[in-house]
Ligand binder design. Structure first.
Ligand code: PLP
Length: 280
């Protein structure tokens, strides 16, 4: 398996980073995950824009405009240029003696890899999730590599046989450990506003757009944790999750059997249509 590291494409086992890389020591870096579908990166420009914005937020100076060429080289080397695949990109602040303050004159570390990845047309598996207090920090809008809070929360879900842990903060449902959450009540779709309490998912933005184009009422409003059992439907969104219908949240079932709610199903079909017709 090949990886791209700081200007070179190497066998993964030969790619080495310094133990003084701030990504390793502090989790001081930003990452992105995007999918190539039918030879196009699905909303690739939006993913790169989010990467640039997050780097800016933490004051890492890195120009993302050179990435498309580098990505093409990597995909060619991996013989994935026309294959469906997942691309991981990580930019860390770089290497410096361990000290909290941001070093000056530091070169960021760029790591990328691509692996074959085939999405199902529709994520048809109804999922179960658990809900927990959001114990992460207060800048969840930054897609940083320090994911300890997210991985700890996800581990609780997986160990219990669930897909995700959904967080609430200040009484309101925010997002999940690696996906965004939507609810439906009386024909209206709700999702938490894109503030510092959530990562503004590209899939989340696509779903909002699909609702607007199809005249499905959508409100960016956090649902109260105490009201989740009153909702008609709930679903998660994410790059590899796509749109996943939530069958059960803790002990509460939104439906029995395998058929998701009407609006969830409709959005899944609209999302499939969009994927099939998408050209970057
Ligand atoms: N929320 C969190 C915390 C995430 O880590 C992710 C994706 O990894 C998402 C939401 C969904 O974002 P996207 O749709 O861009 O994959």
């Amino acid at each position: 398996k090949k990886v791209y590291l700081n200007g070179e494409i190497l066998d993964a086992e030969n790619a080495k980073i310094s133990v003084f890389d701030r990504g390793f020591l502090f989790g001081d870096g930003i990452y992105e995950v995007m999918l190539q579908i039918n030879s196009n990166f699905f909303y690739g420009a939006e993913h790169l824009k989010r990467l640039a914005e997050c780097l800016e937020k933490i004051n890492i100076k890195f120009d993302v405009s050179s990435l498309p060429d580098t990505i093409e080289q990597l995909l060619q080397t991996c013989e994935l240029e026309d294959k469906d695949c997942l691309l991981y990109i990580q930019v860390t602040r770089g290497i410096a003696p361990r000290k909290h303050s941001f070093p000056t004159n530091i070169e960021p570390t760029l790591l990328m890899y691509a692996i074959p990845f085939i999405l199902p047309d529709i994520n048809e598996k109804p999922i179960s999730v658990v809900i927990a207090k959001d114990f992460r920090w207060h800048r969840c809008d930054i897609k940083m590599t320090s994911l300890l809070g997210n991985v700890m929360a996800n581990d609780v879900a997986i160990k219990g046989g669930h897909y995700e842990t959904v967080f609430y903060r200040d009484g309101k449902v925010t997002e999940a450990s690696h996906s965004n959450i939507f609810f439906v009540k009386d024909g209206i779709v709700y999702t938490h506003p894109a503030d510092e309490n959530i990562l503004n998912g590209i899939t989340r933005e696509i779903v909002i757009q699909l609702c607007r184009e199809s005249n499905i009422p959508i409100q960016e409003k956090g649902i109260l944790e105490q009201d989740i059992n009153e909702m008609d439907e709930a679903f998660l969104t994410g790059t590899s999750t796509q749109i996943a219908s939530i069958q059960k949240i803790d002990e509460h079932a939104y439906y029995e059997g395998n058929e998701p709610g009407v609006i969830t199903k409709k959005l899944q079909l609209l999302f499939l249509e969009l994927k099939n017709s998408y050209v970057s």
